[in-house]
Design a protein around this ligand. Structure first.
Ligand code: SF4
Length: 435
């Protein structure tokens, strides 16, 4: 779903909106700049003084007056927390109201989005307040996954030239990027179209050399079975490659994986072992599809058992949706939507508990926090906070680090983790970096 978010009020509300956007992005909802392009209009309101309340209501009225019948309007935040009835009285056609900090509930109300299997576009130069950039190393895909439309749309995998990628990385570094996130449909296939073996490991070596001032190089979209010992050991050896790996696994039942034409659990295990052996501290992210055609109760239970066993730090999930032109779209035994949604909820509940437990394991540790927010916020106790991430969290899809103090976006601050929320970490700085 495409949403347009308007944020009113104080700096804390700006931070709240970031949290809300994070929940929405995790559900693969997409932000758009103008109301006319949106399926959903969202207003994060402020209601502490009358003037703020009037401004919030004026914005809601205006959006309501101009919206099309197919566009939904949600009003959230402080004003609806304390005076939802006033909002409904002023603008009766509002579709839903939510109080402050109900971000996950809002995302849940929109329902699980369908997987698009696409990767983020390489961004323009990092903007102020966005010290991370995506480096798209290849596009297209040669894999045979039966649910996926990408090879049909984008064709076979084609790697970008190493020379161009190094130049792009240097450009990002010169513009102030502190983190480069390597993306591709299948990052581990990098160089295969040129006949290279271990092309990704070679590229990581070259990148680490080319941009030594970018402390975080992060690898996303690895393919199980293609994460070799060489790759894992290269990641471990290079000081500016973070011990983090995103490896979409899609399911935890061999029977379902066979129908998906994906690598088996045995092959997956080899990759997980290689990574964990080389980097005992590695943070693992994965994604799953629930409700693939024919997924039985027992197969779904196998997925839950797999997730329980592997204790992934971050899990994303999508309900299966048929994509025209793919083999899975015409498979018999499609799973009813209600069953998919129920399974999605159960998987995410399990994964959330595990994420929380994994976050708790780093409480007390010293980690670097990359500050991302451009505006300071406030903790519940009134202390100023800024929002960032540790190496444990990838931008847009994982959690945040809430860091006490006032620091400029793009700063890296040494901090102690003092608390763990299900997805986010609470951190105290160990240095007084300039704001
Ligand atoms: S690896 Fe599979 S799911 Fe990913 S892009 Fe390629 S075909 Fe699609």
């Amino acid at each position: 779903m495409r949403y347009h978010l308007v944020t009113l009020g104080c700096a804390k509300n700006t931070v709240d909106s970031m949290r809300l956007e994070q929940a929405l992005r995790a559900g693969r909802h997409i932000s758009v700049d103008t109301p006319v392009d949106a399926d959903l209009l969202l207003v994060n309101t402020c209601g502490f003084i009358d003037a703020a309340k009037d401004e919030s209501l004026a914005v809601v009225r205006e959006l309501d007056a101009e919206r099309r019948p197919d566009q939904q309007l949600y009003v959230v935040g402080c004003l609806t927390q304390i005076a939802a009835d006033d909002v409904r009285a002023a603008v009766p056609r509002v579709n839903a109201t939510f109080g402050a900090e109900q971000w996950d509930a809002i995302a849940a109300a929109l329902g699980p989005a369908s997987e698009t299997y696409d990767i983020p576009d390489a961004t323009a130069l990092p903007q102020f307040g966005q010290p991370s950039a995506y480096l798209k190393i290849s596009d297209g895909c040669d894999r045979p996954c039966t649910f996926c439309v990408i090879p049909g749309i984008k064709g076979g995998m084609h790697s970008d030239s190493t020379r161009r990628l190094l130049a792009e990385a240097r450009m990002f570094a010169a513009a102030g990027a502190k983190e480069l996130v390597l993306v591709a449909q299948d990052s581990t296939a990098y160089g295969e179209d040129r006949g290279e073996r271990d092309g990704l490991a070679t590229l990581l070596d070259a990148l680490a050399d080319a941009v030594p001032d970018v402390p975080w190089l992060r690898l996303m979209y690895a393919y199980p079975g293609r994460v070799t010992r060489t790759l894992a050991e290269t990641m471990e050896r290079l000081p500016n490659v973070v011990p983090y790996l995103d490896m979409p696994l899609q399911h935890g039942s061999n029977a379902v994986l066979r129908r998906m034409k994906r690598p088996s659990l045995r092959v997956t295990r080899e990759s997980l072992d290689a990574v964990r052996t080389a980097m005992p501290d590695v943070v693992l992210r994965t994604t799953f599809i629930v409700g693939f055609p024919g997924e039985s109760d027992a197969e779904f239970e196998e997925l839950l058992a797999f997730v329980e066993r592997e204790q992934f730090d971050h899990v994303g999930a999508f309900t299966y949706s048929p994509q025209a032109g793919t083999p899975a779209a015409t498979m018999g035994d499609q799973v009813p939507e209600a069953v998919k949604t129920e399974r999605y909820g159960r998987l995410m509940e399990l994964a959330q508990g595990i994420s929380h437990a994994r976050n708790r394991t780093v409480v007390g540790r010293e980690l670097d926090v990359l500050v991302e927010s451009t505006e300071p916020g406030q903790s519940q106790s009134g202390d100023p906070i800024v929002v960032g991430r540790t190496y444990r969290d990838a931008p847009e899809v994982d959690g945040l680090a809430l860091l006490k103090g006032t620091f400029a976006a793009g700063t890296i601050v040494r901090a102690r983790v003092v608390g763990a929320l299900p997805y986010d970490l609470l951190c105290d700085p160990l240095t007084d970096a300039p704001a």
